[in-house]
Design a protein around this ligand. Structure first.
Ligand code: SIN
Length: 484
């Protein structure tokens, strides 16, 4: 049981058209990844529930899209305030269902609320245009109008912020949303609906359908004629399927997909800083974010120093149940994730990697894996090419700037990249040459609601956050006015 200050935030039914809906009687068991205990039995929604939610959202769109932006902003602000007031409980729900340490979970709740605050402000500043006319009897105007119903599929690694990052700009723009959260982490999504309801957000504007049949619900959200835009955060493999499905009705599509982030340490870098940020970007959420450091490239002249300091810092990380005081590394999401770590390790060892720290399942059991450091990494290893999505840090060395930039770019992914150097010329060159949507120099910290987050290449389409993050929720209309 989760000991919430406000137990009424614990919801287990779908939220459709402003009502808590029980569904067919089938259930999903939500388990705590740290110990396997049963947290909740939620409703197991299906394609019919998703269709009901789309109909509700389509009806609500007719009125919500006409509510003035300033008034929509007031609803969103109230929602944001309620989320912040209940941040401790929302963090508890998240740690219980997702595993991340409580402080990190509460951090995510605050990050998620930031998107609502930002878009409540931003929607008042989305402007059309008046274009200088081409004939005196005509006037040329451009309107920005909300796109319609938005289908959203959100991941388990950020059960709160990936919802608000999509829903807040959509709702602020005048759209209505149908959200399918991951079936493993639905409690955070449902609690957000409870608070949206308390904020007075009208029925049908936000709908959540929880279901284990991701394919059937996904087909509704990508193919239903009343959905105008689809947005997804998850793997590149699934994103490609969903994007293809959206083609049948030519939906607008935004995708936040996988990454293979390089972390480059040049020989003039501040090594202490580089180590600190390498640990935070590699081990955030137990390595389970799309922007986690995946490939560490260190100049050969500083490789020994950097690796020794990195080993020291990783060894000091506290691995524990996310509810334990001081926990820094929680469990992986499930046993499949653990099995993937085993397989990546076996492949790397087979091809000559050297284990400096960890390398195996953790004695805490369940889905805990030891924070791991490897070197002697070669290009043929799976962990040099695939998204690791776990607590394995793998160090390679390089000699020249040109060589490392080429290696960093030699991937189909292009989400986030990090590099450390004190040379301002190199900062400019490398930041321009890295083929990534997010480039971070001399820091590993960048996530914020005020700036665009999005991938190049097979890491995605579009951006979330910043002014870019609301633009896609509008259609552009050209009004040519004659007879003036
Ligand atoms: C992600 O990994 O998809 C989100 C990370 C972030 O927003 O910082």
């Amino acid at each position: 049981m989760i000991n919430l200050k406000d137990p009424t935030l614990f919801r287990t039914e779908n939220y459709i058209n402003g009502k808590w809906v029980g569904g067919s009687g089938r259930h999903i068991e939500v388990l705590n990844p740290a110990n396997g205990t049963l947290l909740a039995k939620t409703v197991d929604g299906n394609a019919d529930d998703a269709c009901d939610a789309v109909e509700a959202a389509a009806t609500a769109f007719k009125t919500w899209s006409k509510v003035p932006a300033k008034e929509r902003a007031t609803y969103l602000r109230r929602w944001c305030e309620l989320i912040l007031e209940n941040a401790d409980d929302l963090g508890m729900l998240m740690t219980a269902e997702q595993g991340k340490p409580l402080a990190e979970a509460i951090g995510e709740v605050n990050y998620g609320a930031g998107f609502i605050e930002f878009y409540a402000e931003e929607c008042k500043r989305v402007m059309g245009d008046i274009i200088p006319t081409v004939a005196n009897d005509r006037r040329l105007q451009v309107y920005k109008q909300p796109v319609g119903v938005v289908g959203c599929i959100t991941p388990w690694n950020f059960p709160n912020a990936m919802i608000t990052r999509k829903a807040a700009p959509a709702m602020a723009a005048g759209c209505t949303v149908v959200i399918k959260p991951d079936a493993g982490t639905p409690l955070s999504a449902l609690a957000l609906c409870e608070l949206a309801e308390r904020a007075g957000i009208p029925a049908g504007v936000i709908n959540v359908v929880v279901g284990s049949d991701a394919q059937a619900i996904g087909e509704v959200l990508t193919q239903h004629k009343k959905i105008s835009k689809f947005t997804f955060t998850g793997s590149t493999a699934v994103g490609k399927i969903l994007m293809a499905q959206c083609a049948s009705t030519v939906k607008k599509v935004s995708l936040e997909l996988g990454g293979n982030a390089p972390f480059i340490v040049f020989d003039d870098a501040d090594i202490e800083e580089a180590v600190t940020h390498c640990v935070s970007t590699k081990f955030r959420n137990c390595g389970q974010t799309c922007v986690c450091t995946n490939r560490i490239f260190v100049h050969e002249a500083v490789a020994a120093e950097f690796t020794a300091k990195l080993q020291h810092s990783i060894a000091a990380l506290k691995v524990a149940d996310g509810f334990e005081e001081g926990a820094e590394i929680g469990p992986l999401i499930n046993t499949q994730a653990l099995e993937k770590m085993d397989a990546l390790m076996a492949d790397a060892l087979d091809k000559g990697a050297k284990v400096l720290l960890g390398g195996a399942r953790h004695k805490l059991g369940q889905s805990f894996f030891q924070p791991t450091l490897l070197n002697n990494i070669s290009d043929s290893m799976r962990l040099a090419n695939e998204e690791i999505f776990g607590p394995i840090a793998a160090v390679q060395t390089f000699t020249t700037e040109g060589e490392v930039v080429e290696k960093a770019n030699a991937t189909e992914y292009g989400l986030a990249a990090y590099f450390f150097t004190r040379d301002i010329g190199r900062v400019m060159r490398v930041s321009e040459d890295l083929e990534y949507g997010i480039v971070c120099s001399n820091s590993g910290v960048f996530s914020t609601e005020v700036a665009p987050f999005g991938g190049w290449k097979q890491s995605g389409i579009g951006s979330e956050g910043g002014k870019e993050g609301i633009a896609d929720f509008y259609e552009t209309k050209f009004h040519s006015l004659g007879g003036v």
